[in-house]
Design a protein around this ligand. Structure first.
Ligand SMILES: Cc1cc2nc3c(=O)[nH]c(=O)nc-3n(C[C@H](O)[C@H](O)[C@H](O)COP(=O)(O)O)c2cc1C
Length: 171
């Protein structure tokens, strides 16, 4: 698939079919997560992959009752890992590691889209509650919840600002 086409076509999906994700495709998603770039290649990120129905429901509740999360066959919780990122000091902990997670998720979202899956980055959630549900060690911080599954509804593309508005070219 043409990559720009995939970038433009990918939508945040909030309606999922119950259909399971085949193991081979699941592996591709995991590969996309780990092959993303990261600061100093430290890969200061960790992913919880949730398939358990009850845990998905708890995560959806912690995400301010965004219940569509629990309908997805797979829910990924992306976390920063300060045990690794502290090597770059504050900038490592509060910036690079979040960027590391974001790049992993974005790559995974595009691979998901290429293979007919949908996903959504969910940022609105109570961090401490999510940490507790997943029994996370204190050095992990959950920064994204990403439900993944086959879409049952694909929304129209929300508009984007013009290139002129978004970009300043310095010549
Ligand atoms: C940092 C971040 C936080 C977001 N949080 C949520 C969220 O809590 N719930 C939700 O439904 N979508 C969330 N989104 C998805 C955006 O609403 C969506 O990307 C945007 O409206 C553009 O639509 P598109 O992804 O279909 O192009 C979030 C996206 C980002 C990047």
């Amino acid at each position: 698939m043409d990559i720009l086409k995939a970038v433009k076509e990918r939508r945040s999906i909030r309606d999922f079919q119950k259909k399971k994700i085949p193991d081979e495709l699941f592996d591709k998603l995991m590969e996309a997560l780990i092959w993303a770039p990261s600061a100093g290649n430290l890969q200061s990120r960790k992913f919880y992959i949730i398939k358990n129905e009850n845990t998905k429901k708890k995560i959806a509740a912690a995400a301010l009752n965004q219940n569509f999360i629990a309908d997805a066959p797979l829910v990924i919780v992306g976390c920063t890992d300060s045990r690794i990122s502290y090597k770059y000091g504050e900038r490592g902990v509060y910036l690079y590691s979040i960027q590391d997670v974001a790049l992993s998720i974005m790559g995974m979202m595009l691979v998901a889209h290429e293979n007919g899956l949908g996903s959504a980055w969910v940022g609105a959630f109570r961090e401490e509650e999510v940490s507790r549900i997943l029994n996370m060690p204190s050095y992990l911080r959950p920064v994204a919840i990403v439900p993944v599954g086959y879409p049952s509804k694909i929304p129209y593309p929300p508009p984007r600002v013009s290139k002129k508005e978004a970009v300043e070219v310095i010549e």
